[in-house]
Write a protein that binds this ligand. Structure first.
Ligand code: IK2
Length: 420
């Protein structure tokens, strides 16, 4: 027999729910409220910037600097210096990556080694746990749970951490903690005091915080996005990650960034250097121009970072009202562009999805695609095996969609549940 072809790390990762749902949705030509992909185009100014970049000189078609195209690095540093109210050094504190995904990969690979523990708050985006496991580390999970006694329509703000549980997970082996605010899939926007609790633990145990803030502009109902890196003592131990795909509704461009102190960034740069090396030049140029414009119009209604949440607010309401009216209990997100809903009171209508070993939400999602032509995502996929059972009565809907798409989803749900 030949040797194993794979390295052990490839066997450490769990199932890929995105691929499973995506393939089934394509097979059944289902309406897609599963993936976090806008079905409307990015704003005109940034599309024009890309056309200009592509139509520009030869330099736009050749390699640029390895750690980021200079205009983008400069503009990211300038923009976030203003947001974070501190001088961000473009050549030391910023790394441009292939989407936020690659920034997460570089952070994990740079920080985590065999035997390290990483605290991962649930629900989490898949690479947090799989990335840590592939690096030889051990994820240690802490779930957000609905507050005891919270009744009526829940808000994502009603989902909280237990301070005791969280602090019990820090040990001498803890290297890092991974947080996501606003959170995918829940929409939770962490309050200042919740971030302060995390910050205090990081400082006490000398732990690095990887803060995934790809939905930072998308907050509703007065919720304020707070950067944990801006809390006292946290700049030195935080990597803040962002995404042009999410910020400018251009997910296919795959431009992301990591911002942090040079003592961490230099190691992330090493991983970047020997994984992708360069990122594509023209899209970086376009994003650089996008940031230049956003810096100019920041805080005015002209700013896309204000326009996008303003556009999404009624869509969020539309989806929530539709879900409620058909008996799916939504958790109102205070941020991001996803909404989870409890389907337990309607599941009796779909008996054929109640058999087999799969988690209830996986079966329900597959049934909904196959029988009703609507694609969503099972929420237990965002939890560890030890906690997933507690959360398998929820599915995730995405509302960064045209109104007509949301109306089609509403028609499907109404027809199924109310027969009208
Ligand atoms: N971090 C989070 C929390 C994300 O949600 C994403 C984007 N992926 O979401 C798709 C989905 O849940 O349907 C990323 C990081 C990756 O961002 P990027 O596209 O910039 O790599």
């Amino acid at each position: 027999m030949s040797k194993h072809v794979n390295a052990g790390r490839t066997s450490k990762v769990g199932r890929n729910v995105w691929r499973e749902v995506g393939q089934l949705a394509a097979k059944h030509r289902a309406l897609n409220l599963a993936e976090g992909i806008p079905d409307f185009p990015p704003p005109t100014f940034i599309r024009e910037a890309l056309c200009e970049a592509v139509g520009g000189g030869n330099v736009m078609h050749q390699y640029t600097k390895v750690f980021g195209h200079p205009p983008l690095v400069k503009n990211v540093a300038k923009f976030f210096s203003r947001i974070m109210d501190r001088e961000i050094n473009p050549s030391e504190d910023v790394l441009i990556t292939v989407g936020a995904f690659h920034a997460l990969y570089c952070a994990i690979q740079a920080l985590v080694e065999e035997g390290d523990e990483v605290v991962v708050i649930e629900p989490f985006f898949g690479i947090y746990s799989n990335g840590v496991k592939m690096a030889g580390g051990a994820p240690v999970y802490v779930p957000l749970r609905p507050k005891a006694g919270a009744g009526g329509v829940l808000s994502s703000g009603d989902w909280v951490l237990s301070a005791e549980e969280l602090s019990s997970k820090f040990s001498p082996r803890t290297k890092a903690i991974m947080i996501n605010t606003p959170n995918n899939p829940l929409g939770k926007v962490y309050r200042g005091e919740e971030l302060q609790l995390i910050a205090d633990l990081c400082i006490k145990h000398d732990v690095i915080c990887v803060s995934d803030e790809v939905y930072e502009w998308l907050t509703y109902d007065g919720a304020k996005h707070v950067k944990i890196a801006s809390l006292p003592g946290m700049w030195e131990r935080t990597v803040t990650i962002g995404s042009a795909g999410k910020s400018f509704s251009a997910t296919g461009w795959k431009v992301g960034w990591a911002i942090g102190p040079q003592r961490i960034m230099k190691h992330m740069k090493t991983i970047h250097d020997y994984s992708v090396h360069h990122c594509p030049t023209a899209v970086q140029e376009a994003v650089a121009r996008g940031f230049e414009r956003e810096h100019r119009v920041f805080g005015t209604p002209e700013s896309y970072f204000q326009q996008l949440p303003a556009m999404l607010r009624p869509k969020r309401q539309k989806l929530a009202s539709c879900l409620e009216s058909v008996g799916l209990q939504p958790v109102m997100p205070e941020g991001g562009y996803f909404m989870i809903a409890d389907f337990s009171s309607v599941k009796a209508d779909s008996e054929d999805q109640s058999s087999g070993d799969e988690p209830m939400d996986f079966r329900f999602v597959k049934w909904l695609i196959r029988e009703k032509g609507l694609a969503t995502v099972p929420v237990s996929a965002f939890y560890s095996p030890e906690h997933s059972k507690e959360f398998d009565k929820y599915i995730r809907f995405c509302f960064v969609k045209e109104d007509s798409t949301l109306e089609s989803a509403e028609r499907i749900l109404r027809k199924w549940i109310t027969g009208q």
